[in-house]
Design a protein around this ligand. Structure first.
Ligand SMILES: [Zn+2]
Length: 125
């Protein structure tokens, strides 16, 4: 019973989030929180552009979504997998090598997208 409720809660949250993201363009509406790291330092964090990317993805603009935040789009299936596993009450398979690989990928992405030269500037939103 708890698993079904948890699964329904996650599905309802994901659906509501998708509806809001579909109808609210983050580039035009100021309802989404701004990245404090970017505001304070001018640097792009690994999450910068992910809201815009999801908005574009929901509209079928895959290429624009990748330009906003390629890593967020690439990690979306993984996030979905974890959400489903958690909603089913399962412990997602997370070996240390997997976690450290993911941390490394995010760190490298964070550094590369802040290099103000081609082709790295393509990773900035
Ligand atoms: Zn950011």
């Amino acid at each position: 019973m708890h698993r079904r409720l948890r699964l329904l809660g996650i599905i309802a949250f994901a659906t509501a989030s998708a509806v809001v993201l579909f109808f609210c363009d983050p580039t035009r509406l100021g309802i989404f929180p701004r990245c404090k790291l970017h505001q304070w330092t001018g640097l792009w964090c690994p999450g910068c552009g992910s809201t815009r990317a999801l908005h574009q993805l929901l509209h079928g603009n895959v290429d624009v979504a990748f330009r906003c935040n390629a890593l967020a789009i690439l990690l979306l299936p993984l996030a979905g997998y974890f959400a489903i596993q958690v909603s089913l009450g399962r412990q997602p398979a997370m070996k240390p090598v997997f976690i450290w690989t993911l941390v490394g990928i995010i760190a490298v992405f964070s550094v590369l997208r802040n290099i103000p030269a081609y082709p790295f500037n393509l990773l900035a939103p």
